[in-house]
Design a binder for this molecule. Sequence first.
Ligand SMILES: [Zn+2]
Length: 319
Amino acid sequence: MKLLRIFLLAALVFPCLANAAKIRQKVVNKKSYCHLGDLFSGNRFAIAPKGKNFLAVKRRQSCLFTVKQRRVSVNGVNLELLNLPLYENGSWWLSVPDWYKGLRPLLYPATVPRQRITSIFIDMGHGGNDPGAIGKISKEKDITLHVGREVAKMLKSYGFTVHLTRNSDIHVPLNQIGTKQQRSGSDLFVSIHVNAAKDRSISGIETFCLTPAGAASSNGGKASKTVFKGNKQDAGNILLAWNIQNSVLKRTGAVDRGIKRARFAVLKDITVPGVLVEIGFISNNAEERRLNDPAYVKKISAGIVDGIAAFCRSTKVRR
Ligand SMILES: [Zn+2]
């Protein structure tokens, strides 16, 4: 019976079933974990001991886990895991949701449902009487409008249809954005925001997707079992987040603050893969100046567009 349970769990965890029964598993505090070494070696990754860290490499793919950290580097981009990996007696254990909702879609994009992508919904955060975060020389609502317009222009030049929440300084209530996306019939959703922090030294880019049901968000709060419309695309959401975070970082050279999860209102009700990208910190003087520089706005916008294009390629969707 125990063997059967192990096999069934392994079959779920494994993208292919070969050697599946070799994956050890255990339950800690009602959460299921799988043995990281078994998981990666079974998937033909080379595992390199790196002090107390764990590095798995296969061709151009790599995953680097750091002891006692939720942050893992997946193919060069930081991802905040849903649960802290366990490190016990020299062995690493990864929570099963972190495989399904995180690593598997990123390492095996073919497991993400394919779809035809012809139209993109761009949400420029805030507007009108809602300025968003306020910096020394600018307001979030104006920066998101500039970047969103630039992204829309570039996407159109690639032949995509583009839908916008707004194209002027108006306020669109958060609870209407999901409905707008659904009515537009668009195939992908990208919301653009600017970050702020009390610590003015903080800078960099974060890309959020909807927290999977049963998990807590990256910035704290309680786990929730509620399944939102946006959770139907959990695998697509994380793959889109990786591609956008990777491309924007490449274009800008900004600090990688990682892919994170949150139950943001705009991500709950969307019916297509979607993310919210925080393109920088208005509270950091140098980053605020860059966010108001048209050349830097072009770099961020090109990064978002590159990420969308890479997502389309990696899921082998033909336009
Ligand atoms: Zn915002």
